[in-house]
Structure formats: structure tokens, C-alpha cells
Design a protein around this ligand. Sequence first.
Ligand code: GLU
Length: 367
Amino acid sequence: MLTDVETLVIKIGSAILVDAETSRLREDWLEALALDLSALQDKRIILVSSGAIALGRQRLGLFGKSLTLAQKQACAAAGQSRLTRAYEDALGARGIVTAQALLTLNDTEHRRRWLNARSTLETLLDLKAIPIINENDTVATDEIRYGDNDRLAARTAQMIGADMLILLSDIDGLYTADPRKDAGAKHLPVITSLTDEIKAMGGEPNAATGMGTGGMATKLAAADIATSAGSDMVICDGREPGALAKLWSGGRHSLFKAKDNPRKARAQWIGGTLKPCGCVTIDKGALKALRDGSSLLPAGVTSVSGTFEKGDAVSILSDGQEIARGLIAYDHPQADRIKGLKSGEISAVLGYENGAALIHRDNLVML
Ligand code: GLU
């Protein structure tokens, strides 16, 4: 199942990582996960893990109570360090380097931060580290709901262009009805399209109660984001230690098929969905370089117009024709100051640099 998968996002829910009765970490489970991950050293892997609040409850003595938002945030703060250390210890014992990244859902929706988060994660993956992501609950302004991380994991898969997202859940996939209540519920092994009928199977989102799971509604919302971004999504039962190994060997799961491949989906997003906020005009040399598959360097830019922030979409013009679109690495006053310069001169002029390219090839689509 993993033959064509290069980049993989795995979401781990509180309910499988933390024991519901004691609010303690399931160390045997985590050790088995580390073993499973060590067999996947050739893949680029990101973990999105919940569990901060559940672990923090125990540390702060707020066990078994319903919590206010501020208490949840306090628990997240106390539990997150414990969570990070647990991953560092368990995966470190298998020679895997981990890195903590706390995001908010907003980061993944706000392109400027999104680009920064993306390049940080890419760099970590290039360095063979496994980023461990959780929501930055201490700064969250909305109610923290269990299931938010399903969506965060899907946004992460989108951000990084993952080929597959796996949700390790407390159920082995999508059923036509809730199998805990309806004996006639049928398991669906492959879902090729998120029709209204499929979406209705998710039911209503669960309210935040104790250690509850995100329910199917948030998982289907995640499937919508992931499959539209070109990532396949899998739901499987992650409760037993060795859940990934079991999945690889054909364990029961539901597979939601991606609508396209990640590259095409991203090209569609940059070239079709986003509205350009400005334009840069380029010279003949840059036009040739772009056609040959290079990034757009400041040296090839002759003029800049419009009002845009770093991370916004801009049009790339040659002879008055829009020939490409991309996400720009500098805001408009900065882009204007560095146009025509060699990349090596950027930091002398701006006092910092955000990469040699004005628009990196990965963020650029020829039209
Ligand atoms: N970020 C929360 C935590 O670490 C969990 C959110 C979720 O389970 O979706 O406890």
C-alpha cells in the first residue's frame, strides 16, 4: 500500500496515545510506533499528535473534570512538553530525530505563515527528522475541540503535498451507520468520491467531552481537504500496539482516494484558485529560465506592481502576457527594492533574506 508513497502524514489521537482511565501515556504503544516508523526510513514522515490536554490533566491534577477553555489551555501547556519528550525518547531510541512544531489552524490558512511553516517542515524532512505537530493550544482563541487535529492533519498533508494521510483512530474505518449502535452497519473499504450520501454517514460533530474522539464528521471533513489536495486518506484502528505494521500487512481500513496527484492539485490551487494580488514583469532571460524549470530570481525582474504580502499569489508577465503565477517570497516594497539584483545582494539591501528566489519553483505554475 505504500509503494508509491513518498510523503506520509500520520495523525495520532489522544484516545489511543493516552490511557482513558489513568490519563497516563501508553508507553508500550509508543514504543511499537517507534519500531514501525523505523521500518519506514525511506519515507518522509510527519506525525500530527494530540494528547497534550489529556497528559496535562494528570500533571495538573485536573483529572476527571470538565474543563474551561483556560484550563484546557493550561493543561495543553503542561502536557505538550511531556508529549514532546515522550516522542523524543521513544523515537530517539530507534535513532529517529524528532522536532516539535506547534501550528494553529490559522497558520495553515494564512499563506504567509503557511509558506514559512512549509519551508520549515520541508527542511526538517530533508534532514531526515520527523516533525511532530500539534495545535498551538495555548494561543488558540476558539474553543478547543477534540477532532481539530483531524483537520490540522489534513491541512498539513495539503501544505506539504503528502501522498497519504493516515488517521489512527479508535475505529477501523467508515461504516454506513454507527456500528456501535447498528448491527447492520457495513464497512466501506474504498471511497472514491465524497458524495452527499457518504458525508451524511459522518453524522453531527461530537461535542467536546472528556477524552472523546473526533467522531466521523471531523474525519470526513479531513478527507475532503486531503483528497482535494491530492492526498489519499486512510482511517484505521490504531488502538493496538503495532497498528501501522498491521495496516501495511493488509489490516482492515477505509481508503479515501485522492482526486488528483498532489502536484496537480497544488498547481490548480496556485494557478486557478488563488486570486493574484499583483504582478512582476520579467526579462527574456528569466522567461527562458522559467521555461527550463527554474525558480524566478530577482535578477530577471524588471518591474513590480500591486500590493501584496509575502506568500500572496502574483502574476508573472512577459511582454504584457501572463505566462505564470506563483506565491511570492517577499512583500511588494521588498520585491521592488530587490528587483534586478543578484540573489547574493538581497540580504545587504533588505537586512535579511528569505531564500534566493523571488518565487520558488515549487510555488510557481506556468500557464
Ligand atoms: N490539541 C489537542 C491536544 O493535544 C487535541 C485536539 C484533538 O484531539 O483533535 O490535546
